[in-house]
Design a binder for this molecule. Structure first.
Ligand code: PGA
Length: 264
């Protein structure tokens, strides 16, 4: 299976010029790597322009959005000020969408809302990067139940065929919240990440069934940097990464891509 490396630019950079510069620098490396699928998720406002730069790219690079709204009226319009629909994203050539990122959950997004967004995205033919992860780790293991609830409630009532691995409808991004944005010092250690990869697959089993639970890619996010990328991939049992701050520094992100391309 190809490694999946996702760039989550969050609310940056502040100009289109800078977005294009970062994008083009990543592109130069990403298009050469046959064993890595690179998914770049810029802010909504840059998707259109970056989409134009994508047109001649190979299949191993894709554009993703960082969120969407759960209503997607068939006629296209809708009285939802400030929101962005699945249809709008698809028309721009967007293939993936991040749903349930911890920073959105922190702003009040519930498992129920996330569930609606996942349904809308999958029914509309977008592939999703579904983020889960505990805020803190307790010694009694309560955090494991928290993650299981996120999985169960986020994927509740969604027809299994929408997770179909050949179509690659679902990617799980495990991001322990306490490890996010710590500039390398606080990434989870590979042994824990490995245990979580097993736990998540087991939790998925009851929701999506045996066949899909083995095939759905699970990636890790939380302070991934060139320095820790190799160990997290080889010993962590994950299929790739969701990279935040390091994805805005092309030199660092390209190193992560190159490391992922070398690992079997
Ligand atoms: P980080 O962010 O790499 O800066 O920790 C990851 C994320 O929030 O997706």
């Amino acid at each position: 299976m190809k490694k999946i490396i996702i760039a989550n630019w969050k609310m940056a950079p502040s100009s289109l010029k800078e977005a294009k510069r970062i994008f083009n620098e990543i592109k130069k490396t990403a298009i050469k790597l046959s064993k890595v699928k690179t998914i770049i998720c810029p802010p909504f406002v840059y998707l259109s322009e970056l989409g134009h730069l994508m047109s001649k790219w190979t299949l191993n690079v894709r554009l993703g959005a960082q969120d969407l709204f759960y209503e997607n009226p068939p006629a296209g319009g809708g009285a939802y000020t400030g929101e962005i629909s699945a249809g709008m994203l698809k028309n721009l050539g967007v293939k993936y969408v991040i749903i349930g990122h911890s920073e959105r959950r922190e702003l009040g997004e519930s498992n129920e809302v996330i569930n609606k967004k996942i349904k809308t995205a999958l029914v509309s033919g977008l592939k999703i990067i579904f983020c889960i992860g505990e805020k803190e780790r307790d010694s009694e293991g309560e955090y494991l139940n928290f993650i299981k609830d996120q999985i169960n409630e986020g994927l509740k009532g969604i027809p299994r065929k929408l997770f179909n691995p050949p179509a690659g409808g679902l990617i799980i991004a495990y991001e322990p919240v306490w490890a996010i944005g710590k500039k390398g010092k606080n990434a989870d250690n590979p042994e824990n990440v490995f245990q979580m990869s097993i736990y998540i697959r087991r939790a998925l089993l009851t929701v999506v069934g045996g066949k899909f639970s083995r095939a759905i890619p699970v990636v890790y996010g939380g302070s991934v940097e060139p320095e820790n990328a190799e160990k997290l991939l080889t010993d962590g049992g994950m299929q790739g990464f969701l990279v935040g701050h390091a994805s805005l520094i092309p030199k660092d992100f390209n190193k992560i891509l190159t490391i992922a391309n070398k690992i079997k």
